[in-house]
Design a protein around this ligand. Sequence first.
Ligand code: NG1
Ligand code: ZN
Length: 533
Amino acid sequence: SINYDKIKTDAAQHPKPQDIKYTHGTAGFRMKADLLDSVVYRVGILAGLRSKKLDGKVIGVMITASHNREIDNGVKLVDPYGEMLHQSWEGYAAQLANAQTEDELVEVIKIIVKEFDIDETMTSKVIYARDTRPSGPALVMALEDGLRSIGAEINDFGIKTTPQLHYVTCCLNTQGTEKSYGEPTEAGYYKKLANAYRRAVEGKSRPSPLYVDSANGVGAIKLKELTNYIDKDILEVIVLNDDIKTQGKLNHLCGADYVKTNQRLPLGLNIKAGERAASLDGDADRIVYYFIDDDGTFKLFDGDKIGSLAGSFIIDLVKAAGLEGINVGVVQTAYANGSSTHYLEKVMKVPVSCVPTGVKYLHHEAEKFDIGVYFEANGHGTILFSLTATKLIRSSKGETPEQEDAIERLRALMELINQTVGDALSDLLLVEAILANRQWTLKRCNEAYKDLPNRLVKVIVTDRHIFKTTNAERTLVEPAGLQGKIDALVKKYKDGRSFVRPSGTEDVVRVYAEAATQKECDELAYSVAGLVY
Ligand code: NG1
Ligand code: ZN
């Protein structure tokens, strides 16, 4: 059972700094790395408790700050099938992190044990990984101390992408069941994706080379590893921004977030007209594509575009397979470009739902469809196949060679897509597979719809917690009266849309605006920001 004296002694080695209030946001805990030691130690304890509660199922812990600065870091828990930590535990995670003394910490642990009726004698198993940040190794040591304090079995998965950790966690917990997700190793991950890719593009000619900006992060090494499993005749990837050694380079003027926010090429990548490239983020769970148009302009193909491309491809395959009974839906957040929503609903006739920001909301909503496609505009997303759809696709036999071919492509896509979480490497293969199947250039894909000009601005406020939203974050309920003022501004602009919400990962309020022209959209964004400030 739990040794509370040991916890008190161990915890004293990882004291909580005074005067800091930790918040558990959409991505777990995230802040400057030098403030995270006590938090990560305690997350180790939390992971052990969570595993005990779930009868010894394996819990994942990822140490990363994704697209944020190199000096930041973060920690998040992964539930047994790759989902984010269950919501009912988030409040306790924050309480654990904020317990000031060792005695208070033990009190919170006892509350958690009682609240969730945890069997203290149950074994607990935890697997963890980290990205390439220099602060990673020290934080892993703090995590291991926490895991030892609670007596968990530990499994160091090393330097990995976030989605690789989600994959392996899910594999470990589904081994030998009907939901078995794959071989629980890094090599198993590459083999699964590579085989699926080969099947998905069978008989199709290879797309032109893809340049990849890997943000000088973990994605660089893992993408190179993945391409070693794939024949050069079917995929040619040129990995750039792969310097994970030089300090200060991670996400600096490059990576998916930089490209999406600034709508320009990253440093270190000079593509020419007609060429296409993609950028990963610091833990390789986001990807955005782009190309240079014939007139030399930069064209972004972001998460909305990828989601729409994937959604329409899957719908066509389902039809071609004669499996119309399978319903396909798309899930977006308020940040989805208005044109993408219009295209999906009005042109593709697909049901589209809008949910609050955060993977857990998107994921849960996508589970309501037989095939649920979800992508955030920033490039984080995946596609979920329900158990019913999976079984149907696996067992169906086409009546014609065309039907059989479509069914086989769907089977390959089910394997290709990392269904545990958005995965830049898996999504990269998905986009490449669609390009090969359609025999389209990215420019051709981009013609499906034209993005409305948009602007996202950060506003630093004294207290972002006073901003409360409803209607999937599109409407402010507090501070009272503010929404009315925003509405009045929006009304002045053709195709105008704007909303304000507090960030779940940074100490800022975000303002988003869209309008018919970039000038009007910027004007709208900055006047709404003026109201918030
Ligand atoms: P916040 O900081 O809550 O806006 C950001 C992203 C989310 C998601 C999370 C988790 C935007 C506008 N927001 O959330 O989409 O990716 O980080 O990393 O991009
Ligand atoms: Zn990320």
